[in-house]
Design a binder for this molecule. Structure first.
Ligand SMILES: Nc1nc2c(ncn2[C@@H]2O[C@H](COP(=O)(O)OP(=O)(O)OP(=O)(O)O)[C@@H](O)[C@H]2O)c(=O)[nH]1
Ligand SMILES: [Mg+2]
Length: 265
């Protein structure tokens, strides 16, 4: 049955009249039945922080599901591309577009704190791109992606790339309606990064190790990097590429081509 009630209407005593300002309609924890309590935290204010984060994630998941439904209805496959700043997300997209946009309808949502630089790089390749500026925000949220999507004319069986804000930590926690999460790490970042920032590696389906052309100049062992990635996520699919030398990208293009959902009428 469809009931129109606000979140604070359930699971507590309703004996009092509701036509007055609700005493605890102030985002306090008392009305929420899904409060996560951290047993190591004893004081109330610490618990409230946990609750508030939970609420943000729950709201984010609602719009994430709406995006999923919308993309499904258009038969569009979407990838959330995450990495530290400068690992090569936009360059990978540029190469992918140059190689595949004749055959596949590609569109891009770009997330950065400031500037339209990345969206302009994509638009110059004659592909639809919408820039989201998060200001001080360190990751994309599904609500902004949902609104950005309205500015894109999706084609049946297309591919949507969502380039997240350059940050190896925050974006991992927020679903944005994607079918798969992709983490990019460049060879210059060091072999220990998957161990230091495990969440994004644990949650991603794909890892692209970029800038392999620089290996001769660096003191890093790519096998050690790969093994550290697998320690965090043994199922992750790894591509080793150089965008500048256009090396190793064929397997990635093949993967993207296979991601395409079959056409529906
Ligand atoms: N040597 C080398 N440089 C690369 C490669 N791929 C990208 N770069 C360079 O790395 C720099 C950053 O690339 P971007 O594609 O802008 O990186 P990004 O991850 O999109 O950066 P943000 O959006 O700012 O987080 C640019 O100067 C690229 O030319 C590569 O395979 N090898
Ligand atoms: Mg970029």
């Amino acid at each position: 049955m469809c009931q129109n009630h606000s979140h604070h209407d359930h699971n507590h005593d309703h004996s009092h009249d509701h036509n007055h300002a609700h005493p605890h309609n102030d985002h306090s924890v008392s009305d929420n039945t899904d409060v996560i309590t951290d047993p190591t935290k004893t004081n109330e204010s610490d618990r409230r922080i946990i609750f508030s984060k939970t609420n943000v994630l729950q709201e984010n998941d609602i719009f994430s599901e709406r995006i999923k439904g919308y993309l499904d209805a258009h038969n569009v496959f979407s990838l959330n591309i995450m990495s530290s700043p400068g690992a090569g997300k936009t360059t990978i997209l540029e190469n992918t577009i140059k190689h595949l946009s004749d055959k596949i309808d590609i569109s891009v949502i770009e997330g950065d704190q400031y500037t339209d630089n990345d969206a302009n790089r994509i638009k110059s390749l004659n592909v639809q791109a919408v820039q989201i500026n998060t200001g001080n925000g360190c990751h994309l949220e599904s609500f902004s992606v949902y609104n950005a999507l309205k500015k894109i004319k999706l084609q049946n069986s297309g591919i949507l790339f969502i380039e997240n804000v350059g940050n190896l930590v925050c974006p991992a926690m927020f679903n944005i309606g994607e079918d798969v999460k992709v983490v990019v790490i460049s060879t210059t970042e060091g072999v220990d990064k998957p161990l230091k920032y495990p969440a994004v590696f644990a949650l991603s389906d794909i890892c692209i190790i970029n800038k392999t052309d620089l290996l001769p100049y660096l003191n890093i062992d790519i096998n050690e990097l790969e093994s550290n990635i697998r320690k965090i996520n043994s199922n992750i699919k790894i591509f080793k590429v150089s965008c500048t030398k256009e090396d190793g990208l064929d397997k990635w293009y093949e993967y993207i081509t296979k991601c395409q959902k079959s056409s529906v009428i």
